[in-house]
Design a protein around this ligand. Structure first.
Ligand code: BV8
Ligand code: ZN
Length: 246
């Protein structure tokens, strides 16, 4: 049930920023990090998603990323991703800021997508920075090496202890600060600095709405919390958005 307050905000907003986490991709079949099906449950983030562990045990980390690449290559965006792509057409300014590395927002048709934590479909050499597409990586040896300099190749994702891409972060903060409505969708809000974006939006005057299966650390910041599946809730918002400009 969409509140009358949110309906009136959707009807009049000039700009919308959407912040997504693993939960929006759960209905596509991508396991979340901390939910009951969470992938972190089997491993601790420190063991897998940080540079030192990677250089110490590239076999284990590559096994995990190849497993995830295989899952992501076999799935489709869900109605939650598609609804956001449709909503982007209805507002003057609309940005998706995602923590996800699964590329599903772009595959659903979203144009302005800020990937805070990188993209699992990209890989680069730890020695010379050369980029490598997945095909060669998946078919090659357990730990892929650069064809130019022989160094180990890594996934183009942001690991714990690594800085987020500066330009992407700046654009995400600006989108949060300029938003009339800020939607926080499918995230437990425990990973920083990403999880500071809802508060940044709120302080700048946005109407903050959390859409999540359960309450989280962000719930108290939100003006409104809608509990449920994003794949069911987001399509319900589309009819209340401004009509597509002629
Ligand atoms: C940095 C890429 C600075 C890799 C990821 C102590 C306190 C505060 C911060 C820190 C601290 N110690 C360390 C830090 C910093 C650290 C951090 O925040 N740690 C946390 C764990 C405490 N952050 C960093 O290291 C960041 N860098 O700070 O650098 C710096 C400064 C100077 C010098 C050097 C560095 C980098 C963090 C990036 C880590 N990389 N991913 C990969 O994916 O393999 S994080 C990873 O977690 C993913 O990106 C994921 O998206 C993200 C957050 O998780 P969520 O998306 O929220 O997923 P989760 O499963 O947790 O929640 C899903 C939610 O969806 C649940 O609530 C569930 O109920 C809901 N849900 C499920 N299904 C549905 C649903 N909702 C709706 N519908 C459904 N169907
Ligand atoms: Zn190289």
């Amino acid at each position: 049930m969409i509140s009358s307050r949110l309906i009136s905000k959707l009807r009049t907003a000039e700009s919308v920023a959407v912040f997504t986490g693993a939960g929006i991709s759960a209905e596509s079949g991508v396991p979340t990090f901390r939910g009951s099906d969470g992938i972190w449950k089997k491993f601790k983030p420190e063991e897998l998603a940080n540079f030192d562990s990677f250089m110490r045990n590239p076999e284990l980390v590559w096994e995990w990323y190849k497993h995830r690449k295989t899952i992501i290559a076999s799935i489709q965006p869900n109605p939650g991703h598609t609804a956001l792509a449709e909503m982007e057409q209805r507002f003057r300014r609309f940005a998706v800021i995602t923590q996800n590395i699964d590329n599903l927002h772009r595959r659903a048709g979203s144009k302005t997508v800020y990937e805070l934590h990188g993209n699992i479909e990209r890989n680069y050499c730890t020695g010379c920075g050369k980029f490598f597409a997945d095909a060669g990586i998946m078919a090659g040896p357990e730990v892929p090496r650069c064809t130019s300099c022989g160094s180990i190749i890594r996934p183009d994702v942001v690991w714990f202890g690594e800085l987020l891409p500066a330009v992407v972060w700046d654009k995400s903060v600006k989108a949060a600060e300029g938003a009339g409505i800020f939607l926080s969708i499918g995230t437990s809000g425990v990973v920083y600095p990403a999880a500071s974006l809802p508060l940044i939006a709120k302080r700048a005057g946005a109407y903050v709405v959390e859409i999540n299966l359960e309450r989280t650390d962000l719930s108290d910041t939100a003006d409104e919390v809608i509990l449920g599946r994003s794949g069911e809730i987001l399509p319900q918002l589309v009819p209340y958005c401004p009509q597509k400009p002629a």
